[in-house]
Design a protein around this ligand. Sequence first.
Ligand code: 5AD
Ligand code: SF4
Length: 491
Amino acid sequence: MSQNIKDVEHYFIQPDLKAAKRRGKEKVQVLDFEQIPEDMRGVGAGKKYMIRTYGCQMNVHDSETIAGMLEQMGYEETEEERQADVILFNTCAIRENAEDKVFGGIGRMKNLKLENPDLILGVCGCMSQEEAVVNRILQKHQHVDLIFGTHNIHRVPHLLRNALLSKEMVIEVWSKEGDIVENIPKVRQDGLKAWVNIMYGCDKFCTYCIVPYTRGKERSRRPQDVLDEVRHLARLGYQEVTLLGQNVNAYGKDFSDISYTFGDLMDEVRQIGIPRVRFTTSHPRDFDNHLIDVLAKGGNLVEHIHLPAQSGNTQILKMMARKYTREKYLDLVERMKAAIPNVVLTTDIIVGFPGETDEQFEDTLSLMREVEYDSAFTFIYSPREGTPAAKMKDDIPMEVKKERLQRLNRLQEEISLRKNQALQGHVVEVLVEGESKKNEEVLSGRTRSNKLVNFVAPKSLIGKMTYVKITTPKTWSLDGEWVGEVEALHG
Ligand code: 5AD
Ligand code: SF4
């Protein structure tokens, strides 16, 4: 590389959770990605990278963006740690066990780094935005070369340059509210299903959640940018897009020049010739009737809504600052069920929130029974430093929390099985993803409601839509018989 070490500006910008909490009035800037700097364009020629991704779909998609920049610098992907010249940990901060996994992974890199001192080891994603994490890396994991956060992903070429040239750990974590950077190159991991960001950040500040601190304020991409991206994916032959945001129902609330909501966006995406459109994740509070009406139009908008409830008890919901009651949530569910035939509802639930009593937990069980979710992600509450709930008195023993989680899971399994059994003998539309993980003679794919279906059929169906008759419903998946191939249903 032509650049001299002394020319390199050294970066040492550490996170600040207090600053991350502020929400000012500044306008969100939509910036265009500057090209990869000239001196970085061939840097990765003959070299390999590996990204270990933890956590949610937002992270999965961020990794695709980071990969896009690395590949424009000439790096190629590898699955083999030992072959990698750059290894990045794209991390998740949502619960303590997610963080423990990452620290375990980073610790294991020490030996690799001894074997290959030229290896660049980086940490990015939500954990990088936390002061305590960066301090722990500085104290205990000096073999890390680079730390960057969620707001400056577009700076990867510059940061990598500095990490390559500097002997010190390069740290650049911004705690600003965040802007939007368009046109960063991406390498999508899959040719069938694509993630599309529609908004970034979260302003809800649920009291247990670290995300508003790690991802900045709510800011929506311009409708035209989203629609252009979806049209482009349709032209490339993608069969499914998932519109992504921490709280997609707040889409557009930050526009000052136009009045445009998530329902409006879905209504326009509906007219694009891509067979399936999903979205995740939604917040019951902002879910309006206009959106329900648009979803009820069906077509490529699939009849699956992930609607995190978190708890079925109004008092706990209040302490969580969810801003809805059990009754309001149930009313929303009723409106969805009435408007959207065969709607499939799934949810996220936290048990063991500080002070949750047995009776309050029973309300969550009864909510589950009443709504009849097809599936649920269930979690034991995990205190996150810097959030209001972490300061609340919590005298519920871990044993009790674990027992509650088990009861909740058992109930959900019963409901999931019952829901799947109702599909016995029905013919469902399946997007064929590939060979089943367990048996290569079997194909597997997903229904419109995202249920896993296994069936025997020609391999040539991979990547296509087809129809399958359900013969053996199980708790987590459906076995079926292939009934025929169809051309793409739409577009
Ligand atoms: N502890 C446990 N679960 C949490 N979630 C978010 N924060 C926490 C926490 N501190 C769960 C919520 C959210 C999902 C993505 O993770 O259920 O919807
Ligand atoms: Fe976290 Fe609540 Fe925002 Fe979801 S809506 S990311 S749970 S603060």
